[in-house]
Design a binder for this molecule. Structure first.
Ligand code: RM4
Ligand code: MN
Ligand code: MN
Length: 397
């Protein structure tokens, strides 16, 4: 290695060492669309299998030490299931990550959860969030990640403003009950399942509720939860500027909340998001950004798709890290548009794969995680072990 090459390697290695991304338990389970499900023999259907798959992804990539859990799907008995989860953490060397309450599956939530006109249903939803906080406390999680499906389908059928008031009230109570060190992340989504109005439809509404809640609440940006053409990195820049950025649910989209593999449609978008965060860090902002994947792989093999996603995230993060931010600032200041754009795009077009391979080798990780997964026979083995249960599809996500 020349001196220049080794300096670049050191820089890249530092960037990759600092980058970790959380994977979702539901990304290993059978999923489908509203038209049907294509079940996979290797899909996980127990919490133990999800931890096993997460451990395999972490073994191959070295970047996914935590697993996001969805309370109803993963801890159906609530706090009683915590001891089992703790045993799995020890056995598989993967920790529990964000805790996701489920406010959309029970029949009671037909007209909403925390925004339901019925006080008793609102209370039921709140109790579930408070139980989820207890679970997060017991598992020493950093974040409670709140996504609500609440909304309405027809104009005039609900009072939008009354629902805002109910949600503000709930947010305050939730925040008052947060365990020390725990954060509340508030996710937004423009539509689906509600198709007329959604109670938390965009980052402005999320920011409002997070502020109303209190100092430990932040906004969660799910990249799939935007209208086509929205400038997501601008939203990220605003959240950074206002101190409200809590984390991401990464996935890619072409039309709506498609939950496609990160970077499969628009890798440049992801690069631009990472760049905004890295600039903010260079500017000295103190950040605590939770990078998480929120994908369900309907057709691809689940473990394979997860490894592919993590590798893609690492590559895009590294590309963004390679932007010469000092020089870029000079071009921006002098309004040298083409020089600025070329510098920026140049980093995106850089082939960072040799650097990621060198980093993996230096860290004792497989040089090619996807090839290593295939060579390991892991997927064939779990398909044999789990395949006999085909047909037991438990969840949407
Ligand atoms: C939602 C949202 C949530 C996720 C569910 C399964 O669209 O993205 O974060 O928990 O899907
Ligand atoms: Mn999400
Ligand atoms: Mn989603």
């Amino acid at each position: 290695m020349t001196q220049f090459q080794s300096a670049t390697f050191e820089f890249a290695a530092n960037a990759l060492d600092s980058f970790q991304i959380e994977i979702p338990s539901w990304g290993f389970a059978n999923t489908g669309t509203r038209f049907g499900k294509f079940v996979q023999a290797a899909a996980a259907s127990t919490i133990e299998e999800k931890f096993a798959d997460a451990a395999e992804v972490n073994r191959l990539t070295g970047a996914t030490p935590t697993l996001a859990l969805h309370v109803l799907w993963d801890l159906p008995n609530g706090i009683e299931d915590v001891s089992e989860v703790k045993a799995l953490e020890n056995r598989f060397g993967v920790r529990s990550g964000s805790i996701n309450p489920n406010l959309f599956q029970d029949q009671e939530y037909k007209f909403g959860s925390l925004c339901n006109p019925s006080e008793s249903i609102r209370e039921q939803a709140l109790a579930h969030v408070l139980d989820s906080i207890e679970i997060a406390r017991a598992l020493d999680s950093r974040d409670i990640s709140l996504w609500m499906a609440d909304g309405s389908n027809y104009p005039g059928s609900q009072s939008i403003r009354r629902r805002i008031g109910w949600l503000e009230e709930a947010m305050r109570t939730i925040h008052d009950n947060l365990a020390p060190g725990l954060r509340l992340l508030v996710e937004y989504k423009p539509f689906e399942p509600a198709f007329y109005h959604t109670d938390i439809a965009d980052w402005g509404m999320s920011s409002h509720f997070a502020r109303m809640a209190g100092p430990h609440a932040r906004v969660l940006v799910d990249t799939g939860h935007h209208y086509s053409g929205q400038n997501i990195e601008q939203i990220v820049a605003w959240l950074l500027h206002t101190g409200m950025l809590g984390g991401f649910h990464f996935n890619d989209r072409r039309y709506a909340d498609d939950d496609l593999t990160l970077g499969s449609i628009d890798p440049y978008q992801v690069f631009r998001i990472f760049h905004e965060i890295l600039v903010a860090e260079s500017d000295g902002l103190q950040l605590d950004v939770a990078y998480m994947i929120d994908q369900s792989h309907n057709l691809k093999g689940k473990v394979e798709a997860m490894v592919q996603t993590v590798v893609t995230a690492q590559e895009l993060y590294l590309k963004a890290a390679l932007v010469d931010r000092e020089q870029l600032a000079v071009h921006q200041q002098s309004c040298d548009l083409v020089a600025a754009e070329e510098l920026f795009r140049g980093a995106f077009w850089e082939d960072v794969r040799p650097l990621t391979v060198a980093w993996r080798e230096a860290r004792g990780l497989p040089a090619d995680p996807l090839a290593a997964l295939r060579a390991s026979g892991y997927v064939e083995r779990i398909a044999l072990e789990r395949g006999s249960r085909l047909g037991t599809v438990v969840s949407y996500a």
